[in-house]
Design a protein around this ligand. Structure first.
Ligand SMILES: *[C@@H]1O[C@H](CO)[C@@H](O)[C@H](O)[C@H]1NC(C)=O
Length: 406
């Protein structure tokens, strides 16, 4: 009887253990589902090239390759780098009411864009905050091509779909197509020489913020847009997923070209004075505070017909209590959330992005300060490791941009 009781006990124990195993297994599966990072079509290629992968906006992306971040940054300024930006959201907007649809969401004058011309613009909310920054190109194929941030992809698609439903309900002719193309940015002073070798079109005709369809190094159905996020001349190439490794390999056969990761991308864009959504602009900042008033179309300003216009337009005249500025300093590095102080030590703002500038060999940063301190050349301080360090308000870009305007 004792033996049987022991056996029964043992089997009860086992079944508890088994239950635990099952629960652990289910938890593992659930956890993996929630933490699985998305991969671009270049993921395996990056790893093969020594890419050090990090999490960025839910994606596994290379932060750098074999070269140091600084070497990669300087290579982009002096030669040419390829960045995988396939994590960004690419959307085509079709239909004859596409322009009206887009203008109901953004501050730009989309109607006045010439064929194949693009513009930087902002999705704004009813409170005047910035939902995302994006580039809209009016293609000569009759649709708009839109590129917006990876970190905002979910809310951007929800936002566009909600407006689409309203437009459809009103009988408008508009449709959204979310693209599964890859996207690579080819940036640097020798980009045009590198790319021209694989193009039959004359690249000198493609000026800053214009776009064209082309076959690139034998890969058809690519969309080239002359733009970027480094301050250098460059293009972004939207390319069918199945051919992006081949195109990247072909570009890399030119000794001018190297791969660059998120580390270099961030210091390059900061030297160029460009905002990073989530750091320097977000739903609590308005285009006026962010000194992005230039993105608001003249006609849109007069018509006051974009989301948040009731708040944003009066701010243009009245000025705002705070303003986005550039800062330079020497000494310890200045990073996001570093407090900005007046000369007499009062907190007047906070840094939103900062890094040591590889080109200038001093600290550069951007942040928001009380408007009284926003003028170029104003002496202020930044609080680094509990110590006040002198800094100066600076015009941006910190490093002159070299966009190809023809
Ligand atoms: C900004 O201020 C600095 C002094 O800190 C001055 O050297 C520079 O010329 C000014 N730049 C502009 C564009 O006003």
């Amino acid at each position: 009887r004792l033996k049987r009781a022991r056996e029964r006990g043992l089997s009860a124990e086992l079944s508890i253990n088994q239950r635990c195993v099952v629960i652990m297994f289910l938890l593992t599966v659930l956890f993996a589902e929630h933490t699985a990072l998305k991969k671009t079509p270049l993921f395996d290629f990056h790893r093969g090239q020594g890419g050090k992968m990090v999490e960025f906006a839910g994606w596994s992306m290379p932060v750098q390759y074999k070269d140091s971040h600084i070497a990669s940054h300087m290579h982009t300024r002096e030669h040419c780098s390829i960045f995988d930006v396939s994590h960004m959201l690419q959307t085509n907007i079709h239909g004859k009411d596409g322009v009206k649809f887009m203008e109901s969401l953004v501050v730009a004058d989309i109607a006045e864009l010439k064929d194949n011309q693009g513009t930087l613009t902002l999705f704004t909310n009813e409170k005047g905050g910035i939902i995302d920054d994006l580039i809209v190109t009016k293609t000569d194929q009759g649709y708009l091509y839109v590129v917006s941030n990876a970190g905002c992809a979910d809310k951007d698609s929800v936002h566009m779909k909600a407006r689409l439903a309203e437009f459809k309900y009103a009988g408008s002719d508009v449709d959204l197509e979310f693209l599964d193309c890859a996207l690579i940015a080819v940036q640097g002073p020798t980009m045009s020489q590198v790319l021209q070798a694989g193009l039959k079109e004359d690249l000198s005709k493609l000026t800053f913020m214009t776009s064209a369809l082309a076959t690139v190094f034998g890969v058809p159905d690519c969309r080239l847009t002359r733009c970027g996020y480094t301050g250098e001349d460059g293009v972004e190439i939207s390319v069918p997923e199945s051919r992006v490794v081949e195109l990247t390999e072909k570009l890399l056969t030119n000794s001018e070209v190297k791969l660059a990761g998120l580390g270099a991308r961030d210091s390059l864009r900061l030297e160029a004075g460009l905002c990073l959504y989530g750091n320097d602009i977000d739903e609590t900042t308005t285009p006026v505070e962010a000194t992005l008033v230039w993105t608001i179309g003249k006609r849109r300003r007069q018509a006051k017909d974009f989301p948040g216009a009731d708040i944003i337009i009066p701010q243009i005249k009245a000025k705002t209590a705070r303003k986005r500025v550039g800062l330079v300093s020497t000494g310890p590095p200045v990073r996001q959330h570093t407090p900005i102080l007046s000369p007499d030590g009062k907190v007047i703002g906070e840094v939103t992005s900062g890094c040591p500038s590889p080109c200038l060999k001093k600290n550069i940063a951007m942040g928001y300060v009380d408007a009284a301190f926003a003028k170029n050349g104003t002496a202020i301080q930044v609080e680094v490791r509990k110590k006040a360090v002198p800094a100066t308000v600076s015009k941006m870009p910190f490093v002159p941009t070299k966009y190809y305007t023809g």
